[in-house]
Design a protein. Structure first.
Length: 166
C-alpha cells in the first residue's frame, strides 16, 4: 500500500539525476564595539557559504528567490537596553527591544531615554521570502552591543528552499 502524505513534496526530475541544492548560509559575530545607531557590521565570519554576506557592510544579499531562515542574537552590555530592527531591502520587518514591548516605541516615536534593565538580550528568528538581490541586515537603534572574540552577538541566515512564492 503506497501512502503519500497530502503535504509531502514529490521529487521531480529524471531518475538518477543529481539534485542541485545551492549552498547559501552564513554566521558572523561582532568583535568590536558598536555603540552608534546604524547597520551592525558583524565582522568575524564563522561561515559564509557562497560569500553572500559582506563582513564590511553587515549586509546579506539573497542570491536566489526562496525562503530564508534569518536569526540574530543581540547581547547588550549589562544594565544596557538594546533596540534593533531587522531590515529587508531597507524596510523594517521586525523589531526587538530588550526592555520589553512598549507601544510608544520605534514605530510611533523613537525612544530617547535609556532606562537600565538587568537583562539585555534581543533575538530575531524569522523565515522570510526573499527575491534575488533583496538585502537583509540588523540596524541598531540604541544601546551598546556586547562584543568579544567568542561569539556573543551573532547574525545568521540560510536558504531553506528555492522558488518560494510570496
Amino acid at each position: 500500500m503506497d501512502v503519500t502524505h497530502p503535504f509531502s513534496v514529490q521529487p521531480t526530475g529524471l531518475v538518477g539525476e543529481a539534485a542541485r541544492v545551492p549552498r547559501v548560509s552564513f554566521s558572523a559575530a561582532l568583535t568590536y564595539p558598536q555603540v552608534d545607531p546604524g547597520t551592525v557590521v558583524f565582522d568575524k565570519v564563522l561561515v559564509n557559504d557562497g560569500s553572500y554576506y559582506d563582513p564590511y557592510t553587515g549586509i546579506f544579499t539573497a542570491p536566489y528567490d526562496g525562503r530564508y531562515f534569518i536569526s540574530a542574537i543581540l547581547t547588550g552590555h549589562k544594565n544596557e537596553k538594546v533596540e534593533a530592527v531587522l531590515s529587508k531591502s531597507n524596510v523594517a520587518i521586525a523589531r526587538v527591544d530588550s526592555a520589553g514591548y512598549q507601544p510608544e516605541g520605534l514605530e510611533y516615536k523613537p525612544m530617547v531615554e535609556n532606562k537600565p534593565n538587568t537583562g539585555s538580550l534581543g533575538i530575531f528568528n524569522i523565515i522570510l521570502p526573499l527575491k534575488v538581490g533583496d538585502t537583509v541586515c540588523v540596524d541598531l537603534v540604541m544601546g551598546k552591543l556586547a562584543h568579544s572574540d567568542e561569539p556573543l552577538t551573532v547574525f545568521s541566515a540560510t536558504l531553506l528552499y528555492e522558488g518560494a512564492e510570496e
